[in-house]
Design a protein around this ligand. Structure first.
Ligand code: AMP
Ligand code: MG
Length: 491
């Protein structure tokens, strides 16, 4: 296989949109985890996995990884308020790669030390948030949800101060790019006061041209390439949010600086997968109004796309922007329905299938039941009688009986035999999902220098549909006091 090629198109093409910066070394860095499959896919040299070699590449000036490293400027709507003062405050875009199979991928170092956008903060990430991002991005990836990915976790003995003293860690992550909604918003809004909202500042034109040529070349053939690009972002974002809703994933901080133009899950903070199914759950302790509660994620996705669409005003007429945004809801709902019926082993989205799904969701809520466990319990049965025996676990047995009858008749109507049904169920309802209480146990062990739990959990999350007995502990739902752990933004 040919090796990766290192390119720096963003830094080279858009020098006015970045600040050249090198990562700042940490005290006693130690490579702890490497994503071997991804490393190989990227075509990176195996020799670089050695601790001293990798630290040399990251912290010596002018290595292949840092020759053109930059901090990217962006802004963002945070909890609905425009904030132009953002940017890579603790991250550095090391380089872009062209992988052996011709993918274009960013290598980004999170926790790389202060940059001009750090706003007096330390430019670091703590070990616990780095572990959470690593586990979550791999968990989502392996259940088919688009996401940035974790390549390498580096621990350190560098103290950092949050609510208490903790140690800093670094994460090398990959993504098709680190262009956020807020990148476009920033270069749209950064303009002389009083200028027409339909004029495009030069830097916005440069950014748009770069993004079209580099990331959306197929849009160049359209009558209006900018509109085609935005339409693509609307579609991938709608599909992403639908996938979150089906998987029971709460992002937690859907600020526009945390939204990728590639429709991938990005910038992990106080996220949570459901324990009990609570549609209005708020996983972020800092989200006092519940703006980013689970049930709001679809409408916030659209709100964010509206904020992004504003930056397209100089290039697309308002009626076309509105039409494009109008497609969001139906794309999301179509995707949601399709994925939801597939969790019940069905192919076709019929009214009766959707009514059956709605009944099950009702059963999960009153009283609240563990979301993932309830779905996974539908797997591994030899006949309908065995499924029906689950009724003993439900409070509303009348509704349970109605639901299971509706499901059985839908399976029959769609002509799916029981063995096929069971095979499908086991492949769409994960056995292992990321639980905050397990992540917490992994973090505590890692803080004591023991990464064996991390590795065990990661291997379970990387094969989420497989019931492997040796890691059975990670498949369990939490006991009462471990449920619904909420986290805050500070990490
Ligand atoms: P986040 O909450 O991670 O999405 O970050 C929001 C903004 O704050 C971004 O501009 C980050 O770069 C910046 N930021 C977050 N934490 C730090 C930190 N420890 N040091 C410097 N900047 C930070
Ligand atoms: Mg962010």
């Amino acid at each position: 296989m040919p090796p990766a090629q290192f390119v720096n198109t963003y830094a080279d093409t858009l020098p006015d949109l970045v600040t050249a910066i090198k990562p700042t070394a940490v005290y006693r860095p130690q490579v702890q985890i490497i994503n071997q499959a991804l490393w190989h896919e990227l075509g990176l040299p195996t020799a670089w996995q050695d601790n001293d070699t990798l630290m040399g590449l990251l912290f010596n000036r002018d290595s292949e990884l840092t020759k053109h490293s930059v901090a990217q400027k962006y802004g963002g709507h945070q909890f609905g308020q425009w904030n132009p003062q953002l940017g890579d405050g603790r991250g550095v875009l090391l380089t872009e790669l062209i992988t052996p199979d011709q993918q274009r991928i960013d290598l980004h170092l999170k926790g790389a030390g202060p940059t001009p956008y750090s706003r007096h903060a330390d430019g670091r990430a703590v070990l616990r948030s780095t572990i959470r991002e690593y586990l979550a991005s791999e968990a989502l990836y392996h259940i088919g949800i688009p996401t940035s990915r974790a390549l390498c976790l580096i621990s350190s003995a560098e103290p950092v101060y949050r609510e208490q003293q903790e140690s800093a860690a670094l994460l090398i992550r990959t993504a098709p790019s680190h262009l956020r909604f807020g990148t476009f918003e920033y270069f749209y809004h950064d303009r002389p006061a009083g200028s027409s909202p339909d004029t495009a500042p030069d830097k916005l034109i440069q950014l748009m041209n770069y993004t079209l040529n580099t990331h959306f070349p197929e849009a160049l053939a359209a009558d209006n390439p900018h509109l085609a690009m935005l339409t693509s972002v609307i579609s991938t974002t709608a599909q992403l949010v639908a996938k979150w809703q089906v998987a029971g994933f709460n992002h937690g901080v859907m600020n526009t600086d945390n939204m990728s133009i590639h429709g991938i899950t990005f910038d992990y903070g106080p996220f949570a997968f459901f324990d009990d199914f609570e549609p209005h759950y708020i996983c972020n302790k800092s989200d006092h109004q519940g703006r980013y509660r689970f049930s709001q994620q679809p409408s916030i996705g659209l709100w964010n796309l509206n904020a992004l669409a504003q930056a397209f005003r100089p290039f697309v007429d308002v009626a076309s922007l509105t039409d494009a945004l109008d497609q969001y809801e139906s794309i999301l709902i179509t995707q949601y329905h399709q994925l939801m019926v597939s969790r019940f082993g069905l192919n076709d989205v019929t009214d009766s299938a959707l009514a059956m799904v709605a009944m099950f969701m009702e059963l999960l809520q009153n009283p609240a039941r563990d979301y993932h466990h309830s779905f996974r319990q539908l797997c591994g049965h030899s006949d309908w009688q065995s499924i029906k025996a689950l009724r003993a676990e439900y409070v509303d047995i009348t509704l349970f009986d109605q639901w299971v009858a509706a499901w059985e008749s839908e399976v029959e109507a769609q002509q799916i035999d029981f063995a096929t049904l069971q095979a499908r169920l086991s492949g769409t309802n994960p056995h292992t999902v990321l639980r905050n209480h397990h992540a917490q146990a992994v973090i505590e062990a890692a803080q004591d220098g023991d990464y064996s739990l991390f590795n065990a959990y990661l291997s379970a999350l990387s094969d989420p549909y497989n019931e492997q007995s040796k890691i059975e502990r990670f498949a369990s739902a939490p006991v009462a006091q471990d449920k619904g752990i909420a986290l805050s933004c500070s990490s």
